[in-house]
Design a protein around this ligand. Structure first.
Ligand code: COA
Ligand code: AMP
Length: 631
């Protein structure tokens, strides 16, 4: 039997034996009672009874075991012209001091802390300090507007918010503090304390009695020790878009997460302790959590916190410069970053300026890797380009070409095979398996492996409704796709109202909820249209209330502004049209999938359930006016 087949089989037929062995790579304060606890199905728990500390495993143990002077974090910020190297010893000092700061502000085991930070090392320090204390962090992506931050404040109910005075986004300086102030004003829950990291690029105004200065606090702090937590205690909550305006609070536990990430690092990415690894993402996304912070540090690698973009900071050679300057072995980013580089440097002129000698692989995820981008990147780099598929929910890859186990030939369009631990199957709508090559719903047979979501934050019923009830016995991924005769998985896209814009996950349902609050709008539909750079972008169609006469351009601008103010610029909502009516089924369901096909200029069949087929012609005309529906 081939190596992959053997490992995969063991992970599925004997998950307890498999993960019990893997868990030896983590230091435990107390060994678990059971590897897999299925006493409360479908809420499976891993390593019940075990005690450990994630920060200890990511920082302290490396200092004890000979990595004290190895660089843990390289902060590379072309936008502020900074390169800073932090050793494991220095990281331990900063993290234990900041844990002392949080402790002094009343944070203890089980409390929640929101972190709203740009790509600076202090974001990592804050995350690790929370995990040191057994507190639960919830990092909110800095591109989200105050309204989104407020929703998360109300759900997570943090004791403290950790933030920075601002960020540089490309060439713009953004002030964070006014956004935090506004979010606290909007939220019902009022966190009593904020720690603000003042950056040279912009100074934040401090609110007396509530705001504390990061530098001053850390200087005066008593370092805090690691607090043992249960393997099953939450490490973090990460909010991600669902189909409604209320994001889902994905919970990550401590023990299973550490075990899975440590294993994935060597087995999927083939990165060894001591090597330099880089995820060009943001700490606000799951990739940032798993593969900027926890994965590399749990493994004793050097990770890079890059405050820049693939293009424009200063040019499309930015990635090649970082790889060659810091000796990066493996890069992980989103396909959209490569589409941006391809757009600005189609012939790869910038690459020729740098020596990428030690660079091994490029891993891509976050959205579908289109074959064009795959071929362009492979040819340019002359190294394996590996598509892998996963979700915020799973926290680590579900399907991949596992470079540390056995490299398979690539089939463009496929993220290769299920990763050990994930029993991926394709089912029809009734939960029956379909034959090889037939498209269906992508599901994972329970139990999910360690490191995946045990539940949603304070929303068990929602967890069941979203992930378990649709296909009993399985975790429903909300993605559609197929598995071919060779066992390669092809993930084709979401079957719900979630879209992927530049690798960022967004809810069209939420955008519709926001637009519906416009005083002149009777109803609306938002769907994702294809975009050459960002994969998908949202497009909105709105119907005015009866009797309302408004200039279309004006309404469009108002809708664009509303989404920008409520969700943030990151939503990339720039196109909307006013239509007389929306196409619906006879039972009143809006035909978003058909409109999406029209917008993309694809062939579509008129649904037999449609109320009035003539509406589709009107929709096509409206979409043409805003640059879509080109055949
Ligand atoms: N804070 C505040 N605003 C942010 C932000 C942040 N962290 N990140 C993005 N934005 C803003 C941008 O400034 C832009 O605003 P604008 O409409 O006023 O110009 C808007 O959100 C859209 O940003 P983005 O999607 O990043 O588009 P872009 O045109 O500026 O850049 C790419 C295009 C391809 C270079 C960029 O999308 C990119 O680097 N993508 C890779 C994404 C990635 O790594 N995803 C990780 C998931 S694995
Ligand atoms: P997120 O939770 O933000 O990581 O987004 C998860 C979603 O992104 C998945 O459900 C997929 O729809 C999509 N996705 C991520 N990686 C891939 C990939 N390699 N191929 C296809 N879709 C992907």
């Amino acid at each position: 039997m081939k190596k992959y087949d053997e490992i995969f089989k063991k992970s599925i037929t004997d998950p307890e034996g498999f993960w019990g062995e893997v868990a030896r790579d983590i230091d435990w304060f107390k060994k678990w009672d059971s590897v897999l606890d299925g006493s409360n199905k479908p809420f499976y728990r891993w390593f019940s009874g075990g005690e450990m500390n994630t920060c200890y495993n990511a920082v302290d143990r490396h200092v004890k075991n000979g990595r004290a002077d190895q660089v843990a974090i390289i902060y590379d910020s072309p936008v502020t012209n900074t390169i800073q190297k932090i050793t494991y010893k220095e990281l331990l000092d900063q993290v234990s001091r900041f844990a002392g700061v949080l402790k002094g502000l009343g944070v203890s085991k089980g409390d929640t802390v929101i972190i709203y930070m740009p790509m600076v090392p202090q974001a990592a320090v804050a995350m690790l300090a929370c995990s040191r204390l057994g507190a639960v962090h919830s990092v909110v992506f800095g591109g989200f507007a105050p309204h989104e931050l407020a929703i998360r404040i109300d759900d997570a109910r943090p004791k403290v918010i950790v933030t920075a005075s601002g960020a540089i986004e490309g060439r713009k300086v953004l002030e964070y503090k006014p956004m935090v102030n506004k979010a606290i004003e909007l939220a019902t829950h009022k966190p009593g304390k904020c720690v603000v990291y003042q950056r040279a690029i912009v100074k934040a105004e401090m609110t007396e009695g509530r705001d504390y200065d990061w530098d001053e606090m850390i200087k005066a702090a008593e370092p805090a020790e690691c607090v043992p937590v249960k393997a099953t205690d939450p490490l973090y909550i990460l909010y991600t878009s669902g189909t409604t305006g209320k994001p889902k609070g994905i919970v990550r536990d401590n023990g299973g997460h550490a075990v899975a990430l440590r294993w994935s690092f060597e087995n999927i990415y083939n990165v060894k302790p001591g090597e330099v690894y880089w995820s060009a993402s943001d700490v606000g996304w799951v990739v940032g959590h798993s593969y900027i912070i926890y994965g590399p540090l749990l493994t004793g690698c050097t990770t890079i916190i890059f405050e820049g973009k693939p293009v424009g900071t200063p040019d499309p050679g930015a990635f090649w410069r970082v790889i060659s300057q810091h000796g990066v072995k493996v890069l992980f980013t989103a396909p959209t970053a490569f589409r941006a580089i391809k757009r600005d440097d189609p012939n790869g002129e910038y690459l020729r300026k740098y020596d990428l000698g030690g660079f091994r692989y490029l891993f891509l995820a976050g959205e579908r890797l289109d074959p064009d981008t795959y071929h362009w990147a492979s040819k340019l780099l002359d190294r394996p380009v590996i598509d892998h598929w996963w979700q915020t929910e799973t926290g680590w890859p579900i399907t991949a070409n596992c470079m540390g186990i056995e490299a398979f030939p690539v089939k463009p369009g496929s993220s290769t095979k299920p990763v050990p631990g994930f029993d991926v199957q394709i089912l029809d709508i009734n939960g029956n398996p379909v034959s090889a090559g037939t498209e269906g719903l992508v599901a994972i047979k329970l139990p999910l492996p360690p490191g995946t979501l045990p539940t949603l934050w304070k929303a068990e019923q929602r967890f069941l409704e979203a992930y378990i009830n649709p296909l009993p016995g399985y975790y429903f991924t909300s993605d559609g796709g197929y598995i071919d005769e060779d066992g390669y998985v092809f993930v084709m896209g979401r079957v719900d109202d979630v879209i992927n814009v530049a690798g960022h996950r967004l809810s069209t349902g939420e955008m519709e909820e926001i637009i519906s609050t416009h005083k002149d709008i009777a109803e609306c539909a938002v769907f994702g249209a294809e975009d050459g750079l960002k994969g998908q972008v949202p497009v909105g169609l709105a119907v005015l209330k009866t009797g309302v006469e408004r200039a279309e351009g004006e309404v469009q601008q108002e809708l664009v502004r509303m989404i920008r103010e409520e969700i943030g610029a990151i939503a990339c909502f720039k196109q909307a049209a006013v239509v007389k009516r929306l196409p619906k089924t006879r039972s009143g369901k809006i035909l978003r999938a058909t409109m999406r096909k029209i917008a993309d200029g694809k062939e579509y069949s008129v649904p037999s359930t449609i109320d009035d087929p003539a509406i589709l012609g009107e929709i096509e005309e409206a979409l043409k006016k805003i640059g879509y529906a080109k055949r």
